[in-house]
Write a new protein. Structure first.
Length: 384
């Protein structure tokens, strides 16, 4: 019985070996030889195409085509896989009509998005279920948002409310009253100080959008304030009175949870860093303490002047951006302070109909949230 079994196994192995050597090995040997000569960047895709085009009995001409796999709409996001995993872009994303995007760079993503980073990592599991559709590409799955044929056509459901804070209908707690003949204050500055302050403002989303006249007004209204090492520029729990831009020195961001407990460091600022804007926008107590670690020079803009200049300029981009981000379900777990810092770091970008926003295989250095419009996501597949 045992000898018969052994003999059968040997015969089976010989049959398999003969089958492979007579059918598969010659073709694969040719393919691998060609691959070694050409050394393609992606050997697996190259091999798949070679085998289709060099089939020994029924060769076919193969070509890569784009297959629609996802449709994304307002409030949806993309581009996070490359930032989280370091892999190249996994899909090509194109604008359907005109699209407005909020864009976060890799540097800002890494620096600001501690909690968001973990939220996105949990969402990575959802990508395992993505499949290439076999039928009409118009039936591609939609991720997030309502379906196009939804008869109710209701807006996206707002995210769960953070019980500790409650939701707001607006960002500004009160409208500033501009008296007749009011002019903003003007504090003396050297040419070098004006130049540095202008450069700092250009990197701050809160004021960077101001037109040249309004920017000049803001620069003149900033007042220089000096702080010694170990001094608190703002203190958690205090009323917000000034918005600061750090011109020289360094300061730590300290957070006490709960208020009154020993604070711990969560961030730090160097020259060009700005803080204190949240209290001016919301009228809330300070969310953190900013403590100098060396002598610091700051430029401070008081609350009343800040609001009046904002009203005079007619710009409320940050207001609109914060209200939009409060409706993005991805950010529902973040605090208002975290949302604000993300809103400040994000840049606004537009895409024209049909424009490629990201391309499959490229290096990814940006994360996107769709502020308005729709995009389609495509994967490259072999067609033959």
């Amino acid at each position: 019985m045992s000898q018969t079994t052994d003999s059968s196994n040997v015969s089976r192995r010989e049959a398999v070996k003969e089958y492979l050597e007579s059918t598969v090995v010659p073709v694969l040997s040719r393919a691998l030889t060609d691959m070694c000569v050409q050394q393609p960047e992606d050997p697996f895709k190259w091999l798949a195409r070679w085998l289709i085009e060099n089939h020994p009995t029924s060769p076919q001409q193969a070509e890569w085509c784009e297959t629609l796999v996802h449709k994304l709409a307002q409030g949806d996001f993309f581009g996070e896989i490359a930032l989280l995993s370091g892999k190249p872009r996994q899909a090509t994303v194109k604008a359907v009509g005109t699209v407005t995007l909020l864009v976060l760079s890799r540097d800002a993503f890494t620096r600001l998005c501690g909690n968001l980073f973990e939220i996105l990592r949990r969402n990575m599991e959802s990508y395992k279920s993505i499949e290439i559709p076999e039928a009409n590409t118009d039936d591609a799955k939609e991720q997030n948002g309502p379906e196009e044929e939804n008869e109710d056509d209701e807006p996206p459901t707002p995210p769960p409310v953070n019980v500790r804070r409650g939701r707001r209908g607006t960002v500004f707690v009160e409208a500033a009253q501009i008296e007749d003949g009011w002019t903003p204050p003007s504090y003396p500055k050297s040419e070098d100080e004006i130049h540095r302050l202008d450069e700092h403002i250009s990197k701050t989303a809160l004021l960077a959008y101001l037109d040249p006249k309004a920017r000049t007004t803001v620069i003149e209204a900033f007042e220089k304030k000096n702080f010694s090492a170990g001094e608190d520029i703002i203190r958690q729990g205090d009323d917000g009175d000034y918005y600061y831009i750090l011109d020289a020195g360094k300061a730590d961001v300290l957070l006490a949870k709960p208020l009154g407990s020993e604070p711990f460091k969560v961030n730090e600022y160097g020259p060009g860093g700005s803080f204190g804007e949240l209290a001016l926008l919301h009228g809330e107590p300070r969310n953190a303490t900013i403590r100098t670690t060396e002598s610091c020079v700051t430029w401070a803009l008081d609350r009343d002047t800040f609001r009046k200049i904002m009203m005079q300029s007619g710009k409320q981009d940050m207001n609109d951006r914060l209200q939009f981000l409060s409706k993005v379900s991805l950010l529902a777990e973040l605090t208002q302070y975290e949302k604000f810092k993300i809103a400040e770091a994000m840049k606004l970008r537009s895409a024209e109909p049909g424009e490629t926003i990201i391309k499959e295989g490229d290096v990814g250095n940006e994360f996107f949230i769709i502020q308005s419009g729709n995009v389609n996501c495509y994967k490259r597949t072999l067609k033959f």
